[in-house]
Design a protein around this ligand. Structure first.
Ligand code: F6R
Length: 249
């Protein structure tokens, strides 16, 4: 039996970003060829800013690291401002010495999503598997874009986004543009194969999902609940996101 996720609760989002960035630097510095799994979204912005700072001050180098992002919208070209390709360039890649050839995201324009999923899985395997997978969590408990109901043995594939997820992500899209209905995401099995997982959650909108993930039953209805199967999960969150766990405890 694994001891279950290690939970770190901090006062506020800034402290969460400090802690998560220090965790990543602490893994990357002694293992410069670390393979990272990376999320996008609001939550990791502060983490990426701190990683860029750690690179600037010479604390860490990404020169030998590789990265695989969790997901990308289907139909968005890499230069679309709301694409996750653009997000990663703007939030992290342009500020650090990572080799662009070793940064990977699913191709949202791939005409055959099944083949793209296979290609992505093969690339992860060829890189030696993901060493440290960083995750956010959706208000509905999704990890990556594995929405409620996603099979626990799922692999990288095309998925339909829920209305709740599209609504939550609308803020990243230019006025008048619709949020894509589909995305390509690593599967739950892909995520679980990472050697270590760091999940980050901030704000009251994550409280219910986090409580369900940690204290509810393991269920397809809350994809993050599967993380309790993994032997090396750290969850870093603020008190607002942890509020539901306390209520249940
Ligand atoms: C993004 C991803 C998603 C987000 C989640 C939380 O690449 O995989 O699972 O981590 O939707 O998003 P934010 O941080 O915007 O609340």
């Amino acid at each position: 039996m694994s001891p279950g996720p290690r939970l770190v609760v901090l006062d506020e989002a800034d402290a969460v970003a400090d802690h998560a960035a220090a965790h990543i630097v602490g893994k990357l510095a002694p293992k410069p060829d670390l393979v990272l799994g990376l999320p996008t979204g609001e939550t990791p912005r502060g983490i990426y800013a701190r990683l860029a700072g750690a690179y600037r001050t010479g604390e860490v180098s990404f020169a030998r690291a590789s990265s695989f992002n969790l997901d990308e919208y289907q139909g968005l070209p890499p230069d679309h401002p709301a694409s996750y390709h653009a997000y990663m360039r703007e939030m992290l890649f342009r500020y650090v010495d990572i080799d662009p050839a070793r940064t990977h995201l699913p191709d949202g324009l791939a005409s055959d999503a099944t083949a793209e999923g296979r290609r992505y899985e093969k690339a992860i395997a060829e890189a030696g598997g993901i060493g440290l997978m960083v995750l956010g969590i959706g208000g509905n408990g999704h990890i990556g874009f594995n929405e409620p109901g996603s099979p626990f043995d799922s692999r990288t594939r095309a998925v339909r986004l829920t209305e709740a997820t599209r609504e939550a992500n609308r803020r990243s899209f230019p006025e008048g543009e619709t949020v894509p209905e589909f995305a390509i995401t690593m599967g739950i099995a892909t995520i679980l194969e990472a050697r270590e997982i760091l999940l980050v959650a901030t704000g009251p909108a994550k409280a219910e999902a986090l409580a369900a993930a940690l204290a509810g039953p393991e269920t397809l209805r809350c994809p993050a609940s599967v993380l309790r199967r993994h032997p090396a999960v750290t969850i870093v969150c603020d008190t607002a996101a942890a509020a539901g766990i306390r209520l249940r405890a």
